[in-house]
Design a protein around this ligand. Structure first.
Ligand SMILES: Nc1ncnc2c1ncn2[C@@H]1O[C@H](COP(=O)(O)OP(=O)(O)OP(=O)(O)O)[C@@H](O)[C@H]1O
Ligand SMILES: [Mg+2]
Length: 427
């Protein structure tokens, strides 16, 4: 991990629900929170269907998320509105019930013989207070909703304006320092083209995803050159020679050769296709790469090569990586921190070593029990155990939340479990 604490990505109360029918949503991602520091590799682990890919796809804005926020470099890039809508609805309902109750009480007092004018004054004040409170909550959440909608829709535009403003400032500074007319024209020309491209700049371009399935994610009718350069072309770069040079350089970086540029995806092996997928992401000079099970479709012998390549690129290009896998053994040596997901929820989050040394949540333990080790003694005694949430937890009275059991080690549990886990750690 790099020696700084800059948070690159912050995922806050992320919810992505898929409507499945009237009144029923599939909660693919449900209130997930985590941060990734610059230069870090964050592993996201969990069994098939737990919401890992959906988390990744939400971050790169392939969905209008249901609720929560995603911040990248401090700028909000995704924001959902469901929580604000629910808060408004709840406030209105509460106000309606309170007012009805107050009216009922006031009638009862009058019927009981109290002075009508006095009772009316008292209760009118209480009712006004309740309505004021409701109006305040509605106003706050309406404003939050408008701001969320703005950021979700215009984050790229806002980002592009910032980049353009910076380029203009740089250009003007260079022009101010330059007396030579020819040189000044050259500077102006160069910046004109940079500014044209910057106007279409998308903050999300700095986050690139390597997709789970290297076969389905590469268009079979496009050459490797066109696949890899597509992002640059969409960005508005027209200089063919520049693009070609970039493509050749990136092919070499990922362990392919420039002669591969004019071939088609089917002419490559699985491992090579995944290298093409990596090249396509890296050419955009991203700061964050979301690698969605980049090796699970590959032979074990090739898996290590692709992981080594990612590791090397991370070092060389200063990348930050969100590494998704369903198997803890894949992320063990590669991740600085690991988050474990179960059915849309994050259930445990800790530094890698800590998670392997002190796994606390029973689901994490069951994942660990599934990893075979090349140690006959260990294998003889290894017991696989299957996580059964109904048998493990009693959440009938005290509901679970994410709690920090030791510095940086979070676990989804209620108070009784928290005390138990803490005692286990202190043993
Ligand atoms: N577009 C969609 N519409 C409806 N449901 C979806 C959609 N995408 C995903 N889901 C559902 O959301 C849940 C989470 O899916 P997701 O693909 O995120 O899981 P995953 O953890 O990546 O699994 P895997 O390891 O198999 O890739 C699943 O139940 C899936 O069926
Ligand atoms: Mg997936």
């Amino acid at each position: 991990m790099e020696n700084n604490d800059e948070t690159l990505l912050k995922v806050e109360h992320l919810c992505q629900y898929f409507p499945m029918g009237p009144g029923y949503d599939l909660k693919a991602v449900d209130d997930v929170n985590f941060e990734i520091k610059k230069g870090e590799v964050f592993g996201l682990v969990g069994e098939s269907g737990c919401g890992k890919t959906t988390t990744g796809r939400s971050i790169i804005k392939l969905y209008d998320i249901t609720s929560g926020n995603v911040y990248f470099k401090g700028q909000r890039i995704c924001a959902g509105v469901r929580s604000y809508k629910s808060a408004i609805k709840a406030a209105r309902e509460e106000c309606k019930a309170t007012v009805a109750e107050l009216k009922k009480n006031s009638r009862a007092e009058i019927d009981g013989g109290a002075d009508e004018a006095e009772v009316k004054t008292k209760y009118d004040a209480l009712i006004a207070e309740s309505r004021d409170k409701c109006a305040r909550i509605v106003a706050e959440n309406t404003a939050a909703m408008a701001s969320a909608k703005h950021d979700h829709k215009y984050c790229d535009k806002d980002y592009a304006s910032g980049v353009v403003a910076q380029l203009i400032a740089e250009r003007d500074a260079e022009l101010a320092d330059c007396d030579d007319e020819e040189e000044r024209e050259k500077i102006a020309r160069e910046y004109k083209s940079k500014i044209r491209i910057a106007k279409n700049e998308r903050i999300v371009n700095s986050i690139q995803m390597i997709f789970q399935d290297p076969i389905a994610s590469l268009n079979p009718r496009m050459t490797v050159r066109d696949i890899i350069s597509e992002g640059l072309v969409i960005k508005g770069i027209r200089d063919k020679k520049y693009i070609d040079e970039k493509v050749y350089a990136i092919l070499e970086k990922v362990g392919l050769v420039r002669e591969h540029a004019d071939r088609y995806p089917h002419e490559f092996s699985g491992g090579q296709r995944q290298r093409i997928g990596i090249a396509r992401s890296v050419i955009m000079e991203p700061e964050l790469i979301i690698a969605d099970e980049p090796v699970s479709a590959l032979d074990v012998s090739v898996q290590a090569q692709v992981i080594n390549l990612l590791n090397e690129l991370k070092e060389r290009l200063g990348l930050t990586i969100l590494f998704i896998a369903h198997d803890l053994s894949v992320v063990k040596y590669f991740s600085d921190r690991i988050g474990v997901m179960y059915f849309g929820k994050m259930v445990e989050l800790a530094p890698s070593d800590e998670l392997f040394e002190h796994p606390l949540h029973p689901y994490t333990r069951s994942l660990l029990s599934a990893i075979p080790l090349p140690d006959p003694e260990y294998e003889k005694n290894r017991k696989r155990f299957v996580y059964n949430p109904l048998a493990e937890h009693d959440y009938s009275t005290d509901l679970p939340t994410m709690r920090e059991v030791s510095p940086g080690h979070f676990i989804y549990c209620n108070q009784a479990e928290f005390d138990k886990y803490k005692a286990e750690l202190d043993k």
